[in-house]
Ligand binder design. Structure first.
Ligand code: NAI
Ligand code: ENO
Length: 299
């Protein structure tokens, strides 16, 4: 039986970068008194700090990141992937003894490689990645239930203290997520397939539609049926965030793109040669995946 905690899992929780993900954690902590006793937010953008104050979703907001983290027991970096290693390096020396640093970045291997040698051996740094989000960003976009019933993947290093990993696992479970520990390379391969490649395809297909001749483009956008609409939702995601993801997961993403290209070519061949069985078989596999996601409450 799961034990119900009687006091907050974290005393002071500091969110660095309270955008979609960070502000969702803050809102969840407001809604559930057993996540953190006190929350602090800090952001490189003073307008974001001001907005977090207006929204009143953190107990304290400090525009000076080194002061914001000084008192925290858990510091969660919710900044774009390219900023995680530089921010971790800059802020780690300001943590109090025993504090844990964690992140929410969508790519793991290259960020951990950047951190190698920058953090002391056995540093309490626990990389995490909630597999939950939307196409929106910024502190207005967050909501308390974002992580409920979604996966959070954790990729601790061999020398990460197990009790630090256990606390971050408990934190994500309290946020409503199911957790899984895996190695960073496997994480990046899986995410290249299930998240990064689909975004690449969505950005590209919207670009393709936009480049069509003037008359056809009008039709595409006016009469867009739900299939194309679904692509436009994903393609509305933040350019800086996705630039960082694509560049930091370059190898795994390019490998998945090559596999996808080969499969798209095979589909083109089936259509060219009227190979009805192959067309039906490919579509049937897509249907089965959708059905299994619905059965597992992931769609
Ligand atoms: N958007 C999504 O659906 C998901 C995003 N993630 C990951 O979580 C992280 C945060 O993503 P979002 O919340 O969507 O981004 P966001 O754009 O909504 O918020 C990021 C915040 O970080 C701040 N920031 C940037 N550089 C900084 C620095 N050097 N120091 C302090 N603050 C800085 C920005 O001003 C912004 O307020 C990213 O690493 C992303 O890959 C993970 C799961 C889902
Ligand atoms: O909005 C969507 O469809 C997403 O896929 C959100 C998302 C974006 C990035 C991640 O690393 C995880 C989830």
């Amino acid at each position: 039986m799961t034990q119900v905690p009687s006091e907050p899992l974290v005393d002071t929780l500091c969110i660095v970068g309270p955008g979609l993900i960070g502000s969702s954690v803050l809102r969840a902590a407001r809604a559930d008194g057993l996540i953190a006793r006190r929350t602090i937010a800090t952001d490189i953008d003073p307008a974001v700090c001001a907005r977090v104050r207006e929204l009143d979703i953190a107990d304290e907001v400090d525009t000076d990141p080194s002061k914001a983290v000084a008192d925290a027991d858990v510091v969660m970096l919710c900044v774009p992937v390219g900023a995680i290693a530089p921010v971790a390096r800059a802020l780690y020396p300001h943590l109090k003894p025993g504090a844990i640093m964690t992140d929410t970045g969508s790519v793991k291997r290259s960020v951990l490689a950047d951190l190698d040698g920058a953090l002391p051996p056995g540093a309490a740094y626990v990389p995490a990645h909630p597999m939950a989000g939307t196409e929106h960003s910024g502190p207005d976009a967050g909501f308390a239930t974002l992580f409920v019933d979604r996966w959070c993947l954790l990729t601790p290093r061999a020398d990460t203290p197990p009790d630090a990993t256990a606390r971050i696992v408990a934190l994500w479970e309290r946020l409503g997520a199911r957790t899984r520990i895996m190695d960073p390379e496997h994480h990046d391969n899986v995410c290249a397939m299930v998240s990064h490649l689909p975004h690449l395809i969505a950005f590209t297909i919207c670009g393709t539609a936009d480049q069509l001749a003037e008359d056809t483009r009008g039709e595409v956008l006016d009469y867009a049926a739900s299939g194309f609409r679904d692509f436009t939702r994903v393609a509305a995601s933040d350019p800086v965030m996705w630039r960082d993801i694509f560049l930091h997961n370059r190898e795994a993403l390019l490998a998945m793109l090559d596999r996808f290209r080969a499969d798209a070519d095979a589909m083109a061949e089936a259509i060219r040669h009227g190979d009805a069985d192959r067309i039906v078989e490919t579509i049937r596999r897509g249907r089965e995946i959708r059905r299994s996601l619905i059965e597992n409450r992931q769609a």
